[in-house]
Structure formats: C-alpha cells, structure tokens
Write a protein that binds this ligand. Structure first.
Ligand SMILES: [Zn+2]
Length: 165
C-alpha cells in the first residue's frame, strides 16, 4: 500500500467528469488500498480517484461506520436537508457550511463489480454526496455562492503558503 499525492485545487483533473470503471481486477483492488491508505494518512473520511490525479468514477469512504468502495457511483434518491460544515482534502480541509440533503441513497459497484444500494443520513450522506460530486468533476465549493466560494479559495491559498505545501 502506498500513500499517494493528493491533487489540489485548481488542478484540471478535479473539474473533469470521471471515466467509468470497467475492470474489476487486482489493479483496482490495489488502487483502492492505496486510496484508503492516502485517505487515512490525511485523516479524511472519503477520497475520490480524481483527488489522486485519476479521472475515474471511483471513491472510497470510511465515515460513521460506513466503509465502502464505490465504483461508478450515482445518487438515486435524496430527502430532507442538512446544513453543516464540510471540507475537502483537495482544499486543505478549509471548512465551509454547505447545505446538503439529510438522506441520500447511493448506487454503485463494489470491488467485484456487483451493484449495491446503500442509504445513509447525516454526515455519511454528506460524504456520499461530496464524493459522488468529485466523480462528476464537482467540488463542494461549487455549491457555494460566488462570494463565499472566493473566500474559501483565498483561505486555501493562504494556508498553502503558511504550511508551504
Ligand atoms: Zn473532496
């Protein structure tokens, strides 16, 4: 297992719609091992393939007891609303308040290519939505009004300078 380098905003790959995962083989398993390792190393609860520079529809997560690999993820149902803080490893975890659905149902393929559906609420639902967005080339800041988005980007650039990453 290897900790991969996290791709940071404004890298192009983060704005690309990912390609579908088609091979469910040992390479995919090894990639997902690396993604978990990278996520834990950076104390994240979710990590999508574009965040390590790969334009693929794939993410891993371990959030509030839900640990899974999601290939070709889609959100098939949402309900309710929650307002809470959210951050992203590709933006130095600079937090912002984002309104999301309270409940979300994820449909995706596991490491063997088997389709599954999983419902979550609260923070885990937020994670489903955030990571599926990454696979569609969207970042959490895209959900913010322009002024707040610019503020977050400014903060992120400042943190980068301070910590020299
Ligand atoms: Zn993210």
């Amino acid at each position: 297992m290897t900790v991969r380098k996290i791709t940071e905003y404004p890298d192009d790959v983060l704005a690309k719609v990912g390609k579908p995962v088609t091979e469910f083989d040992d390479d995919l398993k090894a990639l997902c091992d690396d993604m978990f390792e990278t996520m834990y190393d950076d104390h994240g609860v979710g990590l999508a393939a574009p965040q390590i520079g790969l334009p693929l529809r794939l993410f891993v997560m371990d959030c509030e007891g839900i640990k899974l690999v999601a290939a070709n993820p889609e959100i098939i149902e949402t309900s309710g609303e929650q307002t809470g803080q959210e951050g992203c490893l590709s933006l130095e975890k600079v937090p912002a308040v984002v309104v999301r659905a309270e409940k979300a149902t994820l449909r995706a393929q596991d490491l063997n290519g088997e389709w599954f559906e999983k419902e979550a609420e609260g923070y885990a639902a937020r994670c489903f939505l955030h990571e599926t967005d990454h696979c569609d080339g969207k970042l959490f800041i895209d959900h913010l009004p322009k002024m707040r988005r610019e503020m977050i980007i400014k903060k992120f650039k400042k943190e980068k300078k301070v910590y020299g990453k």
